[in-house]
Design a protein around this ligand. Structure first.
Ligand code: C2E
Ligand code: MG
Ligand code: MG
Length: 580
């Protein structure tokens, strides 16, 4: 299929249509003619009034120089501009005007038998020759430029406008603020066509699809103004304008989808082609071309992920979350496979600022070295069932490091590790704890496992049994993020834990009012009544610290006395603690 300049889908025609360029050019054309008429009229008036001038139309016969000379040049410039900027129409108009002048001067010369008209006749003939040369020259340049531009905006294989043409139109629509939908289209399973039938057949399929879609766009059967482009490989982008509802967009897309339904035979082989369509709308979904592309792309990924019979999907912000979840899941899998999950150690202190131990906190970087926050990847790991593997990696690495440090320094400090419900509920969890204790050399009484209240709600009996066995090994148990779950006090009363960790959210609010402070004081009292030590998490400022001292908190973990540290910094802190 060859690109055709007359097609409605041609970029320039569409841009003209969008920009109403033709209106502007018409106005410029008329303006030039008016200017020309005004200058020639002025020359004539000067000629009529002057003693030594001649009664001529254009001023070819008035003396060169002076004001009439300037006006005469201006008239010529108008004609040349018409030829240069308005192609054939400009040329024909200018030539017509010049021939008219020529015949009038010639007639005057003949009827008045005067040779004084000769310079005018000669000048006119020269101008005619000049505009013919200019026209022929600029027609050639224009033709060449048009061809180059056509090539730059045309996809060679299918003859459709290409990615560049698509961006050009998008930018123009955004510039003038016209509403439109950008539909990203991906041919399903195209790779297998290429690999089973060869690239040539694959190309024929792409050409045939382009042909069918171009027909729809050119004939306007969809009821909207469509612009179909091929942006790469088996990916097309459709720009839809002139609709009045989301339903209308879908209806238009359905036309393109149905066109694939008709049998497609290449080299005597029947292909049954389907495609996925993801779309986003300007300006309601996004305001830049890049975001529209990326949102339509997000929608298309979701269509492919869902694998159901609906192949058309509009972008919604929720899709970004799904997309990010999938992306993070991939990064967690990579990190687990390459064993790159690491940990930091956040110090815990008693109220006299004496080091109690450290909590191991998971850290993860993606392959580009960017840090992904635990608040982002831990919930994803929980959701996709990878959290037990993350827990194990942190547990193993932190225990090995800390066990080594204990041997080296004979320190009696604690190491706390977080255990998710999924991890704790695994049948071999106890074996894992035993194995890690024996290989790391970490004494059981220096290991603390942090569990959350949710375990008491989700799997009460089994959890209780497991935790009792852990305690029997001599390992300590802490209840993390206390106050954010819904555990009953009676259950907590019997719970074999040592430490209650008050969640940061309570500490944040603690000094904002009397009742908030009393709330924290009550948690500390209850913890003490039940026989637990109480640690406050997320302590950041001195006021919080003072209040916690006043209401009898036992331990502190927070930025005020220590952020999560690298291994070597934690080791240095341990050394300083030994020497003090
Ligand atoms: P968490 O177990 O309650 O850990 C305490 C979190 O509070 C840590 O965040 C710590 O950096 C942060 N924190 C401590 N003091 C302050 C403070 O003064 N100000 C502020 N703004 N933050 C403070 P991090 O490391 O981002 O971890 C977040 C959560 O991710 C942890 O909360 C824990 O629930 C989870 N997590 C981290 N590592 C693991 C792990 O290995 N396994 C499991 N299952 N969860 C983990
Ligand atoms: Mg914790
Ligand atoms: Mg916590």
């Amino acid at each position: 299929m060859k690109p055709n300049n007359n097609d409605k889908n041609n970029l320039q025609n569409t841009l003209d249509d969008v920009l109403i360029n033709k209106m502007h050019s018409k106005a410029a054309f008329v303006l030039l003619l008016l200017l020309y008429a005004a200058t020639t009229a002025a020359i004539r008036m000067i000629a009529l009034g002057g003693a030594n001038t001649y009664l001529m139309l254009i001023g070819r016969s008035v003396p060169i120089g002076g004001f009439t000379g300037i006006l005469s040049n201006l008239a010529n410039i108008c004609l040349v501009t018409l030829v240069v900027f308005f192609g054939k129409i400009g040329f024909v108009t200018a030539l017509g005007l010049l021939l008219m002048q020529f015949s009038m001067i010639f007639l005057e010369m003949v009827t008045q038998h005067s040779t004084t008209y000769l310079p005018g006749v000669f000048g006119n003939a020269l101008t005619i020759l000049a505009i013919i040369i200019i026209y022929l020259k600029s027609a050639k340049v224009n033709e060449y430029q048009t061809r180059m531009r056509e090539q730059a905006v045309t996809d060679r294989l299918t003859g459709l406008p290409n990615r560049f043409a698509c961006s050009e139109l998008l930018n123009e629509l955004i510039r003038i603020g016209e509403r439109f939908a950008l539909v990203h289209i991906d041919i399903n399973g195209f790779k297998s066509i290429n690999s089973s039938m060869g690239y040539e057949a694959g190309n024929k399929v792409l050409i045939e699809i382009a042909h069918r879609w171009k027909d729809i766009a050119d004939t306007g059967v969809s009821g909207t103004s469509d612009f179909i482009t091929r942006v790469s490989g088996d990916e097309y982008v459709l720009i839809i304008r002139g609709y009045n509802s989301d339903e209308a967009i879908r209806k238009t897309i359905s036309h393109y989808e149905s066109a694939l339904g008709k049998r497609l035979t290449i080299d005597n082989c029947d292909f049954f082609i389907t495609a996925s369509f993801g779309y986003a709308e300007y300006p309601s979904d996004a305001s830049t071309a890049d975001s529209l592309f990326s949102y339509a792309d997000t929608a298309i990924h979701e269509v492919k992920r869902l694998k159901n019979s609906n192949h058309i999907l509009r972008f919604t912000p929720d899709l970004l979350k799904i997309e990010r979840t999938i992306e993070i899941e991939g990064k967690i899998r990579d990190a687990l496979e390459n064993d790159t999950i690491s940990f930091r150690l956040q110090p815990q202190f008693d109220m006299s600022h004496k080091l109690r131990g450290f909590e191991a906190l998971a850290r993860m970087r993606d392959s580009d070295g960017n840090i992904i926050a635990p608040s982002e990847f831990i919930p994803v790991a929980e959701k996709v069932g990878l959290i037990d593997k993350v827990d194990s990696a942190v547990f193993r690495k932190a225990a090995m490091f800390f066990g080594g440090l204990c041997k080296k320094t004979d320190t009696k400090l604690m190491l706390s590790v977080n255990a998710s419900v999924r991890h704790l509920m695994k049948n071999d969890f106890l074996n894992e704890v035993r194995w890690i204790l024996s290989t790391s050399g970490l004494p059981p009484q220096q290991l603390e496992i942090e569990i959350t209240e949710s375990i008491m709600i989700d799997s009460a009996e089994k959890a209780f049994q497991c935790i009792t066995e852990i305690r029997d090994m001599g390992v300590q148990i802490a209840i993390d993020d206390f106050g954010t779950g819904y555990s009953s006090l009676s259950y907590l009363n019997n719970f074999p834990a040592n430490l209650l960790k008050i969640d940061k959210s309570f500490i944040d609010k603690m000094n904002s009012g009397d009742s908030s402070k009393q709330y924290v004081a009550a948690i500390i009292s209850i913890g003490h009544i039940m026989g637990f030590d109480v640690i406050s998490e997320g302590v950041e400022d001195p006021d919080q610290l003072e209040t916690l001292k006043d209401i009898g908190c036992d331990l502190i973990q927070g930025f005020i006395w220590g952020r999560p540290l690298h291994k070597k910094d934690a080791e240095q802190l341990v050394m300083e603690n030994l020497n003090s």
